[in-house]
Design a protein around this ligand. Structure first.
Ligand code: F6P
Length: 341
């Protein structure tokens, strides 16, 4: 069987480890033949391909990004997009497709399944906000990078008796902020799921600064004040309708300086959280997802997504991942709040 593979949406450390697991097991154990589609859905939409064999995947397990390239192309917004993909798969002799991506990429995969294509999904996002799976690969790496950054910011904030607001990724879900804030001892952590009250944030910052002389605030990019709105970079939207978030860090720093009288600065970690080599945990998780995706192809488990449940990797219907986002429960935020102030 000839299998097409693509990676879509924002990249995540571990994508190459998935590709390696899939290709190694698919070729060696099941005798599949793989074809790489470049740059997300743009690949099968426009016929952009690359060879994908055992030699191509050698030495990539530790490499960040994706050898296939990625994009936020949305074929559902292109004239006859699904039909063009179906036709290109047919002319490439591709019988099944493995789509590795987040809610948007897997949403398109669900549409293609409904249109009769043989699709398998692999969940990916540093934001860890996909339902159906306990953790997504890339998340552990993003948290490790953000934690190391905040550890470093502690020493400079302490030296200058400052408040430093660290803005991390997390559009709708505050998983990265939650874990980073707890691991790196933030005075307060703000997440999109729980709108914040500026006066309360200032109280936590004051109380920490009284104790230590400085304070670090970790804020997810999608955090909003109870009385405010989502802070966006500009008015533009991507092909899936998402706004570009950025600016909550600067807004909070200015507000905290005014409220507390403490000199405050903002640091935006941005795409640093997605770049570079994956942690060992992400390499192993991603490799296991790739190996299981090869087995799912053998089992003809069309319309299924690979998922981590506890310590096992299994299949769940794609619709489970794309129905609702996995947000931070109130109980997890309450745990983090035990360390505020
Ligand atoms: O991959 C998801 C994500 O990391 C979001 O947290 C963030 O808002 C977005 O990607 C930014 O993506 P880009 O700037 O690459 O479009």
């Amino acid at each position: 069987m000839r299998v097409g593979v693509l990676t879509g949406g924002g990249d995540a450390p571990g994508l190459n480890a998935v590709i390696r697991g899939l290709v190694v097991r698919g070729v060696e154990e099941f005798g599949f033949d793989f074809l790489g589609y470049r740059d997300g859905w743009k690949g099968p939409l426009t016929g952009l391909t690359m060879p994908l064999d055992i030699a191509t995947v050698a030495d990539i397990v530790s490499v960040g990004g994706t050898i296939l390239g990625s994009s936020r192309t949305n074929p559902l917004k292109v004239d006859a997009g699904v039909e063009r993909i179906v036709e290109n798969l047919r002319s490439d002799g591709v019988e099944a497709l493995v789509a590795i991506g987040g809610e948007d990429t897997l949403g398109v995969a669900t549409h293609l399944t409904a249109a009769g294509c043989q699709v398998i999904g692999v969940p990916k996002t540093i934001d860890n906000d996909l339902s159906g799976t306990d953790y997504t690969f890339g998340f552990d790496t993003a948290v490790a990078i953000a934690t190391e950054a905040v550890d470093r910011l502690h020493t400079t904030a302490r030296s200058h008796h400052r408040v430093l607001v660290v803005e991390v990724m997390g559009r709708h879900a505050g998983w990265i902020a939650l874990h980073t804030g707890m691991a790196a001892d933030a005075a307060v952590t703000l997440i999109p799921e729980v709108p914040y009250h500026p006066g309360e944030v200032a109280d936590w910052v004051r109380s920490r600064a009284q104790r230590t002389g400085y304070a670090i605030v970790v804020a997810a990019e999608g955090a909003t004040a109870a009385t405010g709105e989502l802070v966006t970079k500009d008015a533009s939207r991507d092909a899936f309708g998402h706004v570009k978030l950025s600016g909550i860090g600067e807004l909070l720093a200015a507000d905290l300086e005014q409220q507390t009288g403490l000199e405050s600065r903002a640091v935006v970690l941005g795409h640093l959280q997605r770049g570079g080599s994956p942690t060992a945990y992400d390499r192993v998780l991603a490799s296991r997802l790739g190996l299981t995706a090869a087995a799912a192809l053998r089992d003809e488990a069309w319309g299924m997504m690979m998922a981590l449940r506890g310590t096992d990797v299994n299949y769940v219907p794609l619709s489970e991942a794309t129905g609702t986002l996995k947000t931070v429960p109130a109980s997890r935020y309450a745990e983090a709040a035990a360390f505020f102030g």
